[in-house]
Design a binder for this molecule. Structure first.
Ligand SMILES: C[S@@+](CC[C@H](N)C(=O)[O-])C[C@H]1O[C@@H](n2cnc3c(N)ncnc32)[C@H](O)[C@@H]1O
Length: 290
């Protein structure tokens, strides 16, 4: 079957890929994910749950939906299921990685999706969004990397905040949220006046710091859902320790799923060095720009 549908680029993407199953509500969908790409995880499903509630709760589905960082195309495939033929909504998926867009296209084809989905690869954040969509985006969705480059080792690019592109903000890249803050600033030029943003938000920084940073980027937000998730033991959190020690920033890690008292980055790192599990709160949030 693939021989009939896959283009040359798609075949290239398919090499060495894995198949994964993603569940949302009553739906379960299979995706191919190539080794160079983000493997759908709890961040993906949190985003999906938030987007599903928002899209299905609206009397009219959002007309123009844009996702920054489309990855394997999890959101557009599910959107197609939720919206079916009953809407004239259009979706534009953007990703720094052209291979991610190929993979997303392939997953849409394999899942028999409608053709109103467009994927544009190779652009930083919202820069390659077509002019026709600018100022008209009703829903912007993003599950962006939130690990500063100094933190991660042995990781593919999709986990990292790029440092060489687009850093035009005066904000320091605090707690890994630099890319998200930059996206929120860019969102001003693409959102419709009543447009909304749904995004994943790691709660590793203290809540007040996060609120101050997002508000400085012009966003008012509410948390839709929070899950306590394990910190990936392969990720080094040294940069957070430095921010805590040198700049007095507060971090919120936890020693167990049920702990109520947070520990800072330094204690979290000691626990991780000792092969102990460490957790943080992952949020999915809904924002508007003010
Ligand atoms: C954590 S993955 C999320 C993928 C998918 N949306 C999901 O939820 O499973 C982040 C995605 O953002 C993309 N990305 C990273 N930096 C980007 C940037 N500066 N501009 C656009 N996309 C970027 C990566 O290539 C990756 O596909």
């Amino acid at each position: 079957m693939l021989a009939g549908i896959a283009s040359e680029d798609e075949w290239r993407v398919l090499r060495g890929c894995r198949v994964c199953e993603v569940r949302c509500g009553a739906d379960s969908v299979r995706f191919v994910v190539s080794p160079s790409m983000h493997y759908p995880d709890v961040w993906s499903t949190m985003l999906l749950d938030g987007a599903r509630k928002h899209v299905l709760d609206q009397p009219q589905p959002p007309r123009t939906i844009v996702e920054v960082g489309v990855g394997a195309g999890v959101l557009p495939v599910f959107l197609d299921r939720w919206l079916g033929e009953r809407t004239d909504s259009e979706y534009v998926g953007l990703d720094l990685s052209p291979a991610a867009c190929e993979c997303a296209r392939l997953n849409l084809e394999m899942n028999g999706a409608h053709t109103r989905f467009e994927m544009i690869g190779g652009g930083h954040l919202l820069r390659s969004l077509p002019a026709r969509a600018r100022g008209r985006v009703d829903l912007l969705v993003a599950n962006l990397p939130q690990v500063p480059d100094a933190v991660a080792e042995n990781r593919n690019d999709y986990y990292l905040e790029p440092t060489d592109v687009g850093d035009q903000t005066d904000e320091p890249r605090v707690g890994g949220l630099g890319l998200l803050l930059e996206m929120l600033r860019e969102a001003k030029s693409v959102l419709a006046s009543d447009g909304r943003i749904i995004f994943t938000l790691a709660g590793r920084c203290a809540g007040a710091t996060i609120t101050a940073m997002l508000s400085a980027a012009g966003a008012e937000f509410e948390v839709l859902e929070t899950k306590r998730v394990p910190q990936d033991p392969d990720t080094r959190i040294d940069a957070f320790v430095r921010e805590e020690t040198e700049r007095g920033l507060q971090f919120r890690f936890f020693e167990s799923q049920s702990a109520t008292c947070p520990i800072g980055a330094r204690r979290a790192k000691l626990a991780m060095d000792d092969d102990q599990p460490v957790y943080y709160d992952l949020h999915v949030a809904l924002a508007r720009l003010c």
